[in-house]
Design a protein around this ligand. Structure first.
Ligand code: ADP
Ligand code: ZN
Ligand code: ZN
Length: 723
């Protein structure tokens, strides 16, 4: 007797836009949502079953699956439906979408999911041990210390460097045991202000149905308090909440606040979590074992057993947009997911994106506004320091130095913002004008003095700075301009003996280092923080009363149509770090262009009216959110290869059509990056539907083009930068 053949369609993580047919000789047909290991050419790939039924090709040619990886489907129907929506909307292969939605550990052919305990606690015997009893087993002693205050997630123990074997040994010795997920501390928060209570009621009234809210509240107006209260209502209804926050900067502080205040079990998916830990947290959410998931961009795909609410904090933030692979916007996916699951979604920001603001003004989102700061805090005073004709060598003007001195003397803290890492953005020869350039990019090399390196911030290329000019052999090589490293040195000289703490990607490469810095700031003792936009995001330090913005001018003249929106958001967010406690805040902005509308208008009217003006300009120019854009990018070592692909692609779009305009091929703003030439086609339309109709027909053809094999290409729907 021949075995039954179960045919199934499998989405594989390959750049092909249709699933593949396989059969499974086992007794049961693997159901949709199940991961399988499938032979593909000479390789075996992890894919997911997305359908079943008769194959479209000759059954004799269909190969058997190598293995079925999950006993139960890993994706429930709702999760598969979300994958299908993303594949369709972002015009990206379904198999690659599914891979992007999975934690890395589950993209591998791990036969079974790790079913080990997700939380640990001390047994009575473990709790009775003193700190010296495990002196010869330092890892075990470390576990005792970590568990001293109660149960801790396996994920957290693993990311603290504790191996699974250590936990196993301690369990065998009955020092630790599996525990249920710990609940939050349920500490009461402040009584809500009337505006906050109204927002909580408005959102709370819509639980169980789709509704989108734009929570448009000035910095420090108590938006996070509102999330906490709404989440508490969601938990009362025995539902789960998903909270998306930008980048790592925010998560430690925010997650502590969530754990302290909420009654539910909170899990945090931060970027330093190991792969195993991330997969475990993901599973805990899918199984309904945790109530609140807080995470960055990719957490928007976390499966939820009992979904109740999605929150996207700092919804304007660029980090919510994935810039490679599946180029999704976590904000837009959140709104779509909420609509598919019939949940409310809350988008919060002090500086809403023009997209969300337009949706709110058009009545598609409920517009909840908070105009004043909560508690005793008042919005800070912003003053411009005219830098025309002044070029202080340290980068710090006399009024800013004076203010630093004054605030530190009063025992307060200051934050100095400069959106540029490294010591100096250029190393230049004063004799002949030579400067260090990246050999692989159209970009200058940044001098990093402590590392003694010239670094390319675009491709990561590094080289030793030359001792003499490579062009004229002069020894007069001078760093031009300032980055955070140089500013840090100037501040150390100016502010001694107060500590100067630098916060940028170089200084905070290790998570522990960042935590230590934040700990010092939390202590409230006078200090100066200096850093990049990592400092602009969400931090809440009541004793920071002075904010200095050292050089925001380079942002004023960018060619990107979004640059004014971005600069206004950055300015308002950085300024918003001042005076968040009872003491009033002061913001000093150094500029050579004090007459620039960014300053005069934002400072005169605030972000809201300025954003409405920008919306009018966008409408007139048919730019997003009124027009819709798609970028098709191609890159290749040979410039011609990229050009030929895009020319063929443009031809494949068919005869021009009134509803969609196609521009290019044209070079990307940075034409050469990491040794590859980059070109692009821009599609624009006033009708999203017409644009997507064209893409539906067109993108499948791009996979067929012979020129496609010689380039890397991608489709970016709703691109956020034109790079
Ligand atoms: P946002 O998220 O809008 O920046 P937060 O929720 O972090 O604002 O609140 C800013 C500060 O104001 C926090 O220190 C918070 O504890 C405090 N706060 C918020 N709501 C209230 C309130 N109703 N009464 C007193 N203090 C409040
Ligand atoms: Zn020279
Ligand atoms: Zn480079």
């Amino acid at each position: 007797m021949t075995a039954v053949r179960h045919y199934c369609r499998v989405a594989l993580p390959v750049p092909v836009d249709t699933p593949f047919d396989y059969h499974w000789p086992g007794p049961d047909s693997p159901r949709p949502g199940t991961r399988v290991l499938a032979p593909f050419g000479a390789r075996r790939l992890v894919g997911m079953v997305v359908g079943s039924g008769a194959p479209e090709i000759d059954p004799a040619r269909i190969k058997p699956l190598a293995r079925v990886l999950d006993a139960e489907p890993l994706f429930k129907p709702a999760q598969l439906a979300l994958a299908r929506w993303c594949a369709q909307y972002y015009h990206h292969p379904l198999g690659e979408v599914i891979a992007a939605m999975l934690p890395a550990a589950l993209r591998r052919a791990q036969a079974a999911l790790d079913r080990g305990p997700r939380y640990w606690q001390l047994t009575a015997a473990g709790a009775a041990l003193g700190s010296n009893d495990l002196a010869r087993a330092p890892r075990q002693a470390e576990v005792l210390r970590l568990l001293a205050d109660g149960a801790v997630a396996t994920a957290e123990l693993r990311s603290a460097g504790i191996a699974a074997a250590v936990l196993g040994r301690m369990r065998d010795k009955a020092l630790i045991e599996p525990a249920a997920a710990p609940r939050g501390d349920a500490k009461p928060g402040p009584a809500l202000l009337a505006a906050q209570a109204a927002a909580v009621d408005a959102i709370g009234a819509r639980l169980g149905a789709f509704a989108a809210f734009l929570l448009d509240g000035v910095t420090g107006s108590g938006k996070t308090e509102i999330y906490l209260h709404v989440i508490e209502r969601v938990l009362e209804a025995r539902r789960q909440a998903l909270v998306i926050v930008p980048e790592i900067g925010l998560t430690p502080q925010l997650s502590r606040r969530f754990k302290r205040r909420l009654t539910g079990r909170v899990v945090v998916l931060h970027s330093n979590l190991g792969a195993g830990a991330r997969a475990r947290a993901w599973q805990a959410a899918a199984a309904g074992e945790v109530d609140v998931v807080v995470g960055t961009r990719s957490a928007v795909f976390t499966p939820l057993a009992r979904p109740g609410l999605i929150v996207v904090d700092e919804e304007h933030d660029l980090s919510l947009k994935q810039q490679d692979g599946l180029r999704y916007s976590a904000r837009d996916v959140a709104v779509q997911r909420a609509s598919m699951l019939a949940l409310p979604v809350v988008l919060g920001s002090a500086t809403p994106s023009l997209e969300s603001l337009n949706n709110a003004l058009g009545g598609r989102y409920h517009h909840l506004r908070l105009a004043a700061r909560a508690g005793a805090a008042r919005l800070p005073r912003v003053e411009l320091i005219d830098q025309r004709g002044h070029q202080p060598p340290s980068g710090l003007s006399a009024p800013l130095l004076g203010a630093l001195d004054e605030h530190l003397k009063r025992g307060e803290q200051a934050l100095i913002f400069l959106n540029r890492r490294g010591f100096a953005p250029v190393l230049m020869c004063s004799a002949c004008g030579w400067y260090g350039e990246c050999s692989r990019c159209d970009a200058r090399l940044t001098l990093h003095l402590s590392a003694r390196l010239l670094r390319c911030h675009h491709c990561g290329h590094e080289e030793r700075p030359p001792a003499r000019c490579p062009a004229c052999n002069s020894s007069r090589l001078d760093p031009l301009g300032s980055g955070t490293e140089r500013l840090e040195q100037a501040l150390i000289r100016a502010c001694a003996p107060h500590p100067v703490l630098r916060v940028d990607r170089d200084a905070t490469r290790r998570r522990a280092a960042f935590e230590q810095i934040l700990e010092q700031v939390r202590s409230g003792r006078p200090c100066v923080l200096v850093g990049t936009q990592m400092l602009a995001k969400g931090h809440d330090y009541p004793n920071v009363t002075l904010v200095g913005v050292v050089n925001i001018d380079q942002a004023l003249f960018s060619s990107d149509f979004r640059s004014t929106e971005r600069s206004a958001q950055l300015l308002v967010q950085v300024a918003g770090r001042a005076g968040r406690g009872a003491k009033p805040g002061r913001v000093l902005v150094q500029t050579r262009h004090p007459e620039h509308p960014l300053f005069t208008r934002v400072l005169a009217t605030g972000y809201g009216p300025f954003a409405r003006e920008l919306l009018r300009e966008r409408r007139a120019a048919a730019y997003p959110p009124f027009g819709h854009l798609v970028l098709v990018r191609a890159e290749a070592v040979k410039r011609e290869a990229a050009g030929e692909f895009l020319t063929a692609a443009a031809a494949a779009a068919g005869p021009p059509d009134d509803s969609v305009q196609l521009f290019g091929p044209m070079p990307s703003p940075m034409e050469k990056r990491a040794g590859r030439y980059r070109l692009q086609l821009l599609l624009a339309s006033n009708s999203r539907r017409a644009l997507h109709r064209l893409l539906d027909r067109w993108v499948p053809r791009l996979y067929q083009l012979t020129q496609a094999r010689r380039v890397r290409w991608s489709v970016d729907v709703d691109p956020q930068d034109m790079f």
